[in-house]
Design a protein around this ligand. Structure first.
Ligand code: SAM
Length: 243
């Protein structure tokens, strides 16, 4: 009896881990967000297992049935279309229900889009906040104003057709000079990590046809204390040279 959450590649098929393959080979059944998309990956890995559909539209209805299956002794693996299940993807409800019903849960480490985007951005990553997708309409402005004073680097998932609108709103809230980055098509042939101020990114992407999947990282508001520390460090350096 166990639920595994198994990350799958976000582009490059070589990013599947050896353990992910072993787990997918060993479970009784696989829960997939889109059985056609996952069917392609499983065929590529030569894995043949019963494949059940689990997505946001049937998540609420299927949770109890799946918990019952797990409690009867079954071992299941959940995968999403790409990346780590439950990260801006279905999965959370089942994980929570398993924990409430004493069913063991294990999420394997593996591909997810936000980690390479954050590291490639070159923005401070000692502390960060994952914001995922912003609400499209209701609550969007509220969320943005809540983030106006955020000091940690912020990570957002966004679709290509909303990129310019979102960057424009970021420039309004955070200021056009705020350092940011857009990571597009991570791990794929045409991967691009574009870094610059929000206004530079807007200029760059205005002149392009924006295609593919992307992640936006925005540096946090510079805390007064951090600025003061840098000033202090600089003064220390000059004093050392003087001595
Ligand atoms: N579960 C996934 C994860 O662990 O990252 C995220 C799934 S979410 C439905 C899809 C979003 O993830 C995309 O809209 C994009 O923001 C981001 N994403 C997924 N693959 C990506 C890639 N190869 N390059 C850049 N962003 C990607």
């Amino acid at each position: 009896m166990k639920l595994y959450l198994v990350p799958t590649p976000i582009g490059n098929l070589d990013d599947i881990t050896l353990r992910a393959i072993k787990i997918l080979q060993s479970v009784d059944a696989i829960l997939a967000e889109d059985t056609r998309t996952s069917g392609v990956l499983l065929r590529h890995l030569a894995i043949s297992k019963p494949l059940h559909s689990y997505h946001i539209f049937n998540e609420h209805q299927t949770v109890q049935r799946l918990v019952d299956q797990l409690k009867s002794g079954k071992t299941l693996a959940m995968i999403s279309d790409a990346g780590t299940p439950a990260i801006s993807d279905p999965g959370f409800l089942l994980v929570r229900a398993c924990i409430q019903n004493d069913v063991p849960v294990e999420c394997l480490p593996g591909p997810t889009a936000f980690v390479p985007a954050l590291v490639n951005s070159g923005l401070p990553n000692d502390r960060f906040t994952f914001e995922g997708f912003l609400p499209h309409k209701k609550g969007r402005q509220t969320r943005l104003s809540e983030l106006a004073g955020e000091e940690r680097t912020m990570i957002f998932y966004e679709s290509p057709h909303r990129l310019l609108k979102t960057l424009g709103q970021f420039a309004d809230v955070f200021g056009p000079d705020r350092p940011a980055s857009v990571s597009r098509e991570l791990t794929k042939l045409f991967e691009e990590n574009r870094r610059g101020s929000l206004s530079e990114l807007i200029t760059y992407f205005t002149e392009k046809t924006i295609k593919g999947e992307l992640v936006i990282c925005v540096q946090g508001k510079e805390a007064v204390s951090r600025k003061a520390k840098r000033q202090y460090d600089r003064e220390e350096d000059t004093t050392d040279e003087d001595e």
